[in-house]
Design a protein around this ligand. Structure first.
Ligand code: COA
Length: 197
């Protein structure tokens, strides 16, 4: 693949199918992220479909510039969607949202691969502030609202629980925060990643 944003991801699993993680740039790729999310969050976990549709309607009908970057993990060479994650820009932080891996693929460390890929993108994005006179930050906070059974997954990456559990979309969640150091070490491909919208 010649496109810079398409790089092979590394996982610890020897048996993992061939795959790649891309920064989403086209409506078709974004739709594939929605398809994974609908399958996992609506069909499997029974969250309201509106939760996913809202964003699609906004994009298609109003062409709103979103402050979100979507990432898609797909098999190669078939390009079949397998997983997704989204990074949303806040004022002084980022939010990790919509992490989902199709059920049949939850044994290959794909969830971890998406989180690491997203962290690399955030580390680069956070220093590309339009205020060139401001010194680059040493770290950036990434917030996620974890479903309770998944807290241990995020804890593996250093996310720490903050505050009490709360209801979101009818299900208990826990705010978790990671202070991500911003340093060197990003690959050329990773450092070129920018969201399409
Ligand atoms: C959560 C999810 C994305 C994890 O993806 P995955 O590919 O199954 O997880 P990985 O294989 O990458 O797991 C990485 C590590 O976390 C561990 N882990 C995975 N799920 C975990 C959980 N629920 N609790 C604690 N640890 C977990 C794995 O055992 C693995 O540990 P290891 O590195 O010591 O081997 C996936 O299970 C999923 O899509 N679940 C449904 C949607 C969902 O709940 N999304 C999160 C919304 S907040």
């Amino acid at each position: 693949m010649a496109v810079e944003s398409e790089i092979k991801s590394q996982t610890n699993s020897i048996a993992a199918p061939e795959h790649e993680i891309i920064l989403v740039r086209t409506p078709e790729e974004r739709q594939q992220c929605y398809d994974v999310r609908i399958e996992v969050f609506h069909v499997e976990q029974n969250f309201p479909l509106e939760t996913e549709i809202d964003e699609r309607v906004l994009f298609l009908f109003f062409s709103l510039r979103t402050n979100a970057a979507h990432f898609l993990l797909r098999s190669t060479p078939s390009l079949t969607p397998i997983g997704t994650i989204r990074a949303c820009r806040g004022k002084n932080y980022y939010k990790l949202t919509r992490l989902a891996i199709l059920k049949d693929y939850r044994k290959y460390h794909f969830g971890a691969a998406l989180v690491r890929f997203m962290h690399s993108w955030v580390a680069r994005d956070a220093v590309q502030d339009p205020d060139v006179n401001a010194p680059p930050p040493a770290s950036v906070n990434i917030v996620c609202h974890s479903q309770i059974p998944v807290k241990g997954f995020y804890a593996k990456f250093g996310y720490i629980s903050e505050g009490d559990e709360f209801d979101e979309d009818g299900d208990p969640h826990q705010k978790m925060v990671l202070r991500l150091p911003i340093g060197s070490g990003l690959s050329t491909a990773e450092s070129s990643l920018r969201p399409s919208s």
